[in-house]
Design a protein around this ligand. Structure first.
Ligand SMILES: Nc1ncnc2c1ncn2[C@@H]1O[C@H](COP(=O)(O)OP(=O)(O)OP(=O)(O)O)[C@@H](O)[C@H]1O
Length: 327
């Protein structure tokens, strides 16, 4: 994309472990995120989907500064995030917030909701006591909770309410970007819809940009403008969600979609998709999906495929030697 990208991720890598032992022997490492390149416009929601262990959380943690890339670059509004985190970690934390999967565990059980929400407000300049009180009430209202709840403790709330408090805490710092890591996976389906509605309303009201991680395709379809599909640390497909879901190019995306019944979607035959993920300590050569892929050929074992776009759909990219649906 052009220089207009708000968040720009360029060939990002994260390796855990590796290196050498004291005696010079190679230690096995896990390449959790490999050469991931993507960008986001302001106000956009990018969904990130993939099976457990594909690197979604590691990518999310690097975007919010909880983890450091081994290589590659992340820039927000053109500024390098790792350098910013070193220079002024608080300023960066204000701009990018994280919402965790487990809502109750992410809230300190010994602090009231008031104390939890006040902590990020302390870093906002020019808020006197009265303004802070108004801001707390506004935050509660933004997530549909009555201000009377402010003096209660996290364990007094249901999972859905606790997640709304987690969202209010993220909002308190007035961020530009919120990274949501499986924010509704721990909730009942009926409660999921409420939380997703609230998130949607907040995005519009505050002009927020979201990175939304989920293994649930229905959730990704309902919240995302674009979707990025990850497999074994790689980004294998990215494009507008309607486009990717209607016309997946990567055989892995097709397999993921076919495993979830939906109107108009073919369901995968049972033998497909049951093979296991490759061993992360011993990655296979070439495309890591080749062992499960119905379209593989010899070239797939040579090197990871280059990323290219669908004919006539420049914003729909996939990394596959034999993409589907281009003809
Ligand atoms: N701190 C760590 N040390 C060693 N390996 C790690 C660490 N964190 C993640 N990994 C490995 O990196 C790979 C990617 O993990 P990650 O948690 O990012 O995937 P995920 O897609 O978010 O999975 P899940 O949905 O299960 O959280 C996995 O093989 C995981 O075991």
């Amino acid at each position: 994309m052009s220089g207009a990208a708000f968040l720009d991720i360029d060939r990002l890598e994260r390796v855990f472990g590796g290196g050498r032992t004291l005696f010079g022997r190679a230690r096995p490492g896990v390449h959790a995120v490999r050469e991931v390149t993507l960008d986001l416009r302001r106000g956009e929601t990018l969904g990130i989907v993939g099976e457990s262990g594909c690197g979604k959380s590691t990518l999310a943690r690097m975007i919010v500064g909880l983890d450091r890339p081994t290589a590659g670059r992340i820039t927000l509004d053109g500024r390098d995030l790792v350098a910013e985190a070193r220079r002024d970690p608080r300023a960066l934390a204000r701009r990018i917030q994280y919402v965790f999967q487990d809502p109750v565990a992410s809230l300190n059980p010994r602090r009231t909701i008031r104390a939890i929400l006040e902590a990020p407000l302390r870093h906002l300049r020019g808020l006197d006591g009265a303004a802070r009180g108004r801001r707390l009430a506004d935050l509660m209202e933004a997530v549909n909770l009555a201000p009377e709840h402010l003096d209660r403790y996290p364990h007094e709330f249901s999972g859905g309410q606790a997640q709304r408090i987690g969202i209010a805490r993220a909002l308190a710092a007035e961020p530009d970007l919120i990274v949501l890591d499986e924010p509704v996976s721990a909730l009942d389906v009926s409660v999921q819809a409420q939380v997703l509605n609230i998130l949607d309303g907040l995005r519009e009201r505050f002009g927020l940009t979201y990175v939304f991680i989920s293994h649930d395709l229905a959730v990704i379809e309902s919240v995302s403008d674009r979707v990025a599909v990850m497999y074994f640390g790689h980004l294998v497909e990215i494009g507008r969600v309607a486009d990717v879901f209607a016309r997946p190019r990567h055989p892995y995306t097709r397999l993921l979609l076919a495993s979830v019944p939906a109107p108009g979607r073919a369901v995968a035959p049972p033998e497909e998709g049951e093979a296991e993920l490759p061993d992360p300590y011993h990655p296979p050569p070439g495309c890591p999906f080749h062992a499960r892929c119905p379209r593989r050929s010899d070239i797939c074992l040579t090197a990871f495929p280059p990323r290219d776009s669908a004919p006539g759909r420049a914003d729909h990219l996939s990394a596959c030697y034999h993409p589907e649906g281009d003809d």
